[in-house]
Structures are given as C-alpha cells and as structure tokens.
Design a protein around this ligand. Structure first.
Ligand code: C5J
Length: 226
C-alpha cells in the first residue's frame, strides 16, 4: 500500500489513499441549485448554492484524473410518492410541494428534468448515480454495500446543502467508520450562518464527525502525488 496523501485540514491533517477513497457529490440537482426547483419553492435564494459549482468542477476533474471512485446522489421520490413519508410531504409551507408540477417538471420526482444533476457536473460514464429518498445518502440506498465492495474507507464530501443532506450523510458515514473530509467551498447552504456553523460542527471537538478543508488543499495533495 502506498503512503496516504496528506491534506491540511481542520482539526488536523487528513490522510487518504486515493484507491480507497470516493468523491461524493451530494444532490447537485437542478431542483436545489436552479430557479424553479424545490429549493426555491421553499423561499430560498439558489444563488447561495451556485457558488460551489466552479470549485466543485475543478475537484471533480482532478478526482477523475486521479482515477478515484466518484459517486453522485440525487434526493427524490417515486412518481407515486410511495417512498415519501407524509411527514416529509406535509412539512413547512412551500409554494409547491414535492410531487407538484413546477417549471422543471414535478418537484423532486425521479425522472423529471429538475430532479437530475446540473449540466456543469453531469456524471461521466461509469460513475455511480445513487437515488435517495431521505436526507442521508445511506438511508434506504445501496451506498454502504457499494463502498464495501470497492474497499472504500474515506469520503471526500461535497454538494448541497451543508446543514441538511451533507451533514446527515457525514454523520451516517462517521457512525459507519468512514473518514470524511468536507470541502468547505464545495458545500453550500442557503443560509450563511448555517454554512459557517455546519462546517464548524464537523471539525469541532477534535473532529467529532470528520475533517474540513478548502478544496485547494485537497487539490494540492493530489497534485503532489502526480
Ligand atoms: C434539502 C438537501 N435541503 N439536499 N436537501 O432538503 O440538502
């Protein structure tokens, strides 16, 4: 086994072996990131999330070049909503509920245009695209089986939103023994204070859920190898 790569991170150096590490892109879907989707129906400004796209494009390109596993997730539901708990469907007071027809198709429904991943980060052939009905990427999905089958032990975590699907997934992963590095400029929140505290919570208490670093530090570690 080769020496692990080292990333300057909070709360201390994050070490990873690219062969046993996957890049996770969480829910970079039109429904969250573009006007007219689920995020906007909840009253959010999608511009807050779009700022992660350019750094994430760089991270994706470098990760692909390094030959690492790439996994995309999509939050959404079956057209008959049988996998959407009434509690989720009824929550809040959105202008459009999950399953309602919106400008990009039915809101957060699998197969609809808005449910798919944005063009800027479109999955390449061979990359895994995992559909999830919940906020966490492990709940009611094959993610754990897939990671075990590939010998993945570490996750580079990116996507949206920091305090919801990213946080839930990092907590689920941490409990399952995976070491997570969250790239601070490649995760986004509709709320500046949630972004800040969401990241601080991950690295606090000696890295209670994982590590946090800007994407430049991760790219530097990959470049140092080549
Ligand atoms: C939300 C997500 N925020 N992907 N989903 O409802 O974070």
């Amino acid at each position: 086994m080769s020496d692990p790569l080292a990333v300057e991170a909070e709360p201390y150096i994050y070490g990873f072996d690219p062969q046993h590490t996957a890049l996770l892109l969480i829910d970079m879907q039109r429904d969250f990131v573009e006007p007219g989707g689920f995020g906007e129906t909840l009253g959010n400004d999608v511009a807050m999330l779009r700022r992660v796209i350019p750094p994430l494009q760089e991270v994706l390109a470098a990760t692909r070049k390094a030959g690492m596993t790439v996994i995309h997730t999509r939050e959404g539901h079956l057209p008959d909503l049988s996998d959407c708990p009434p509690a989720k469907l009824g929550r809040g007071a959105p202008s459009l509920r999950i399953g309602d027809p919106g400008p990009k198709g039915r809101i957060l429904i699998r197969g609809e245009y808005g449910h798919d991943i944005i063009d800027e980060l479109a999955p390449a052939d061979g990359e895994l695209v995992l559909d999830k009905p919940g906020k966490g990427a492990f709940y009611a999905t094959d993610l754990e089986r897939v990671l075990r089958a590939r010998g993945i032990r570490s996750l580079i975590v990116t996507g949206v939103t920091t305090e919801v699907c990213v946080h839930t997934t990092v907590r689920e992963a941490n409990d399952r023994g995976y070491e997570c590095l969250v790239l601070s400029d490649c995760v986004g929140s509709y709320f500046a204070e949630f972004q800040r505290y969401g990241l601080e919570m991950i690295a606090a208490q000696g890295g209670i859920f994982g590590w946090v670093a800007p994407s430049g530090n991760y790219l530097k570690a990959l470049e140092a190898r080549s």
